[in-house]
Design a protein around this ligand. Sequence first.
Ligand SMILES: [Mn+2]
Length: 495
Amino acid sequence: MNNFIPKKIVDENLIDKLSNSIGCNKDLAEVLAIRGFEDAESAISFLQADIKNLTPVFNYSGMKDAAARIKQAIDFGESIVIYGDYDCDGITSTISLLKGLRKIGINCDYYIPRRLIDGYGMNMNSIYDILDDDYTLVITVDCGITNITEIETLMDEGIDVIVTDHHECKEVLPKALAVLDNKRPDNSYPFVDLCGAGMAYKLIAAIYEELGIKGKEKELLIYTALGTVADVMPLINENRIIVKEGLELIKTTNNPSIKNLLRVSGKLESRDTLTAQDIAFYIGPLINASSRVGDISYAINLLMTDDEEKAFQYADRLLEFNEERKKIEKKITDEAFEQIIKNYNFNSLAPIVVYGTDWHKGVIGIVASRIVDKFNRPTIILSIPSDGNCYHGSCRSYKDIDMMKLLKYANEYILSFGGHKGAAGLKVESKNLDNFIKKLKEVESLMAGAEEGIPYAGSKEHYILDMENCELVDKVIRILEEITPVPKKRVKKSN
Ligand SMILES: [Mn+2]
């Protein structure tokens, strides 16, 4: 499997060059070189992670149209609905846009599909509900890019749609008024790793700029940062700026919802030293637990309230949901491990497939991650309903193996699937299960032999490393600043 891990070779000359031009020691220069910096300007920009270095929002294809349409909605007193997603990124995208729009007096509601009933993305039932109401504009966050039919239905009925998303595009883009997705093949935007909340933030920044209140959006970076870390984005470039600024706000805010989230995470007392890892391992899971095993409205209500007492109660409920999630997760993990140890051939590199009756669909994704960590194989978990023939599954990839390619390979035995390189969901009919597993075993030869291999995806290992590096770099900077101040040179913005 080693040939699947990219190697970083760092040139000694580059380390010398960086160390001399930045005026830092060689250890920091090496960290920067490993991270791919080749000149002092971009390295300094990274170190400073200055919010002024966020790329101008109007560099996005579609952003001008989107901002103009929202301005029109303000002028005519229209009602907007935000269409979000149930995971932490989707929730924080929804919350930031909701707060950002309400703050400027827009009449604005939200719709979030139910994880266990509706599944990911837009669904027709909700489209009919939206049509029944008085909305004239729908803005999607963290979803929408693949909902061609749903969006066409809305547009045909005279409801404008603005899509903001960060998921892979299909060959056809939805026929919306504006499509903001950093994975758009024709997008001129230089940074493709913003999450849903990052994209929502860009939209708010654009509207505020259009209205001449530029800068007021910055307080929303609390939510953008939560979404960015929880959605496992690489903490480089703009994401580093977003998370750095967001962490500072989380450390100092008096907002009762954030303070209570910190309280139930056990991080309130020590919030001065809060890190991205704290968000990843404590705060993100609390928010996610609400849609996995509880009721998403508690997470939304918590993040929307300004009331101390309510915030206290909602946060306590999230804590209960999270404890429940841990219990269910442990039970499924134990059963899955037993199955793997009994049935899996460890000489094989083929993906692991495990399944169990009525395994909780809100939790199998996390269990898949645990299996990947333990057994170092891409993993697919299926939940078999005691009263049906359609198995719902959740997949997580190992290192840089592209899960979508694996699933495409077994496509003929899959009812439907969708997701990212690193994680995906799928449905398999019971009659196809054996063939599905057999087909995936063939993948082994592809993984071991093929020269082109299975392309890399952003892996979890990368991410952890990224966070550690990020925080390591922060520590190094603090030490450095005590010795010699980090140069205050600004990187020129490219327009
Ligand atoms: Mn997302």
